[in-house]
Design a binder for this molecule. Structure first.
Ligand SMILES: O=C(O)CCC(=O)C(=O)O
Length: 341
């Protein structure tokens, strides 16, 4: 191609109208339950046939549709949680042996917030502002909790599709994260096909920086980052603007801010657009161990986020999938205690 042709191509591209920023989820691809014609009794009757669920599905779906979350008590066996935490502690104690990644939200790590645990001092790994990323890839019990039937059966009903787990975060202390909605940061091919489970790994104490959330906030007008509803390198507004907007609009609408004080083994599942965040930590000694898993549908999450052109390697449990981590194959399932469960 000649220089003139190339220049013509560049000029043509520059003259083309930019795609309009997305301001709302696309109505055509919303999960059935978020559409105006959702018929919960009919759906539940058909979905529940031949299954024995530990709750009334129609009641839970009705609550989800109105509030944007559900709480499931005693959903995960506490022995599984103890095993998972034991593995995290092993990782911390022998961090020099592992490449698994952590995100560190401390000012001194601002330039490189994501690092391999082997490169982070043990006292930092043991403290607050740390998120262990995708620990489930290293752990059989982590995968078993992530794809526990109590979580994936409910989400299968919400999406009316096979469930695919996307990623996980594991916390020792409260996150103190400003209010946000996950779809702005965790983006699948169909952004409304997203949900998360917040699993308590110990009883949550009031001064631990508990999770807080606004019931009903999944229906508020979406925030505009200046380039639409997703936060990325071209956004002109930042996460603090997002938090201020959500806190203000929820207050204006009279939505109550609730604090999640659940027990070890209980969990909360939230909608892609439920506004939530971490409360300030009142007692710096008080841990708040938790495992947060994000999910999408088979239609909307078809490739591992770091390998968009490759067929993922799936691990399947309870009719749901999670992908092996193509970036760290040598650390997949290194913690094997869960095989005996
Ligand atoms: O656990 C928390 O405090 C917040 C977690 C969270 O907001 C998230 O993972 O999206």
């Amino acid at each position: 191609m000649s220089i003139i042709d190339r220049l013509k191509g560049t000029v043509k591209q520059a003259l083309q109208p930019k795609p309009k920023p997305i301001t709302e989820f696309e109505p055509k691809t919303l999960p059935w339950i978020d559409r105006p014609d959702a018929n919960i009794p009919a759906f539940s009757q058909q979905f529940e046939a031949g299954k024995s669920l530990p709750y009334d599905l129609a009641e839970k779906l009705d609550f989800w549709q109105k509030n944007g979350y559900v709480i499931l008590e005693k959903a995960i066996p506490t022995e599984w949680i103890d095993m998972l935490w034991g593995e995290v502690q092993t990782l911390i104690d022998h961090h020099e042996d592992y490449n698994l990644q952590v995100r560190i939200d401390l000012p001194e790590y601002k330039k490189t917030p994501v690092m391999a645990v082997k490169d982070v001092p043990q006292n930092v790994l043991n403290g607050p502002y740390i998120k262990y990323m995708d620990f489930h890839n290293a752990s059989v019990v982590g995968k078993k909790i992530m794809l526990h039937k109590n979580i994936v059966t409910f989400l299968e009903a919400v999406f009316n599709d096979r469930v695919v787990a996307m990623q996980s975060l594991l916390f020792k202390y409260g996150s103190q994260q400003p209010t946000h909605q996950d779809f702005a940061y965790v983006v699948s091919e169909i952004p409304s096909h997203l949900a998360a489970a917040w699993i308590a790994m110990e009883d949550v104490m009031p001064d631990s920086g508990a999770l807080s959330y606004y019931p009903g906030s999944h229906k508020v007008q979406k925030f505009d980052f200046g380039n639409g509803i997703f936060f990325n390198g071209e956004s002109t507004h930042n996460p603090d603007d997002f938090a201020n907007y959500l806190d203000r609009v929820c207050q204006q609408l009279g939505l109550e801010r609730k604090t999640l004080l659940i027990k070890k083994g209980d969990l909360l599942i939230w909608h892609a657009a439920l506004a939530h965040g971490g409360e300030p930590i009142g007692n710096p000694e008080q841990t708040r161990k938790s495992f947060v898993c994000h999910y999408s549908s088979e239609k909307a999450y078809r490739h591992h986020r770091s390998r968009s052109n490759e067929e993922p390697v799936r691990v399947t449990m309870n009719n749901a999938d999670v992908f092996k981590n193509p970036l760290l194959p040598e650390e997949e399932d290194i913690f094997k205690g869960g095989e005996a469960l």
